[in-house]
Design a protein around this ligand. Sequence first.
Ligand SMILES: *Cc1c(COP(=O)(O)O)cnc(C)c1O
Length: 496
Amino acid sequence: MHYKSTRGNSCVHSSQEAVLKGLADDGGLYVPDHFTYFSINDLKAMSEGTYIDIANRVLCRILDDYREDVLKQCIANAYGTGFENNEPAPLVSLDKNTSVLELWHGPTCAFKDMALQLLPELMSAAVRDTGEEKTILILVATSGDTGKAALEGFKDVDGTKIVVFFPEHGVSDMQKLQMVTQEGANVHSIAISGNFDDAQTGVKNIFTDTVLIEELDRKGYMFSSANSINWGRLVPQIVYYFSSYAALLKKGSISCGERINFVVPTGNFGNILAGYYAAKMGLPVNKFLCASNQNNVLTDFFQKGIYNRNRDFYKTLSPSMDILISSNLERLIYDVADKKAKTVAKFMNRLKTEGRYAIPEELHEKITDIFYGDYIDDAETSQVIARYFKNFGYLSDTHTAVALGVLDRYREAFEDETHTVVVSTASPYKFGKAVAQAIIKNSDLDKYSEFELLKLLEKETAVKIPEPIAKVMEKPVLHSIKCSKEDMSKTLRGLL
Ligand SMILES: *Cc1c(COP(=O)(O)O)cnc(C)c1O
């Protein structure tokens, strides 16, 4: 299968190349030139299988240039261990029409694990298959979740090395502790004095520093990236849309072929786009509800057909969705614009120069046929957490609560009874401070540390703290390198 750039001026001949390259040379994103199709019988067959069985069925058809036995081994390595109860994506029923797909039972307790447990395996296999002899050097700038999930995914994977830069004072105590206690012989996490943008700029500078690239090339390294526009990060996420449908079939909650809704808490538009691709491949979907926080650039896009990033940026209780440029939206526009790369390039150029673009009415109608967008603010997010705990005994994190809140509003407005899967992206204990404040009505919670708050929350709700979070509190600190934002490439040279 060929992969083309959404902007039209780059093409690679296999998913392996797309996975290793990440971003296309023209600045666009790689997309496959056609989609495979899963029939009703395929869906029925999936309902008999485990997550790994379903992943094998789905991924062997999509990543058809990998040797089947190699790909199955990658999948077994990624999902065979490391997820609680060996269930990577359990589906929890709330009521007759509502289920929650929990994607946070992996090693870092957030949904990034679903992709970042498999991506390193896919890269490593692609390197072996293409005869590449260099060690892949992954550089990540992180504001929290991605860095830890990437460290866990790449740790001790043959032929790879990973270096994560995080802002020393720009991540939560929990996120920092998760990164500085990281085990593995090929991993480094480095605190930089500066904010997330400084870390990101520093990494971008390293990627384009030709002197450094040559120097590392001589030492046997090639750079790659693990961020969410890589095809290898998107494609593992298609699997759980199928697995949730299979679970509903198995429980008898829906009949085969019946359409369902998904509501997805969205930032960079990677997760929800994977759902859209699943629908293109035959998954029966009625609507995708795109849920945002107060950074509601996507809500406006779906409601008005105008993407406008010229607006205030808010730090919210759901920080992993605090984003004003949703990179993967480009792939959706390419698809609904009938693969007219020139049109996509024009919009993306406007976004860069003017910060906004408007799509024609005809495209907007096509998009709103299947997508609906809405948002809720922080105050409502806290109320939703409290309400769902009270009414259903269900404890959600702040990102999942945004999805639940948007679903409630949608149902009130449209009286749509379609069975809806709420895509849950983090353990409540990953964002425990905000969750504790929503649940425990006590005015002096501020005097507790984050870890004391988790214990209080556990006591109050009887929902157990997940093992990776409980354990991280006892682990020794293994990484203590700090550097200034100016010294990032010097520090990197020192490590290699
Ligand atoms: C990354 C993240 C999201 C947003 O996912 P996208 O694929 O960027 O839309 C939502 N919730 C959590 C907890 C995340 O870590």
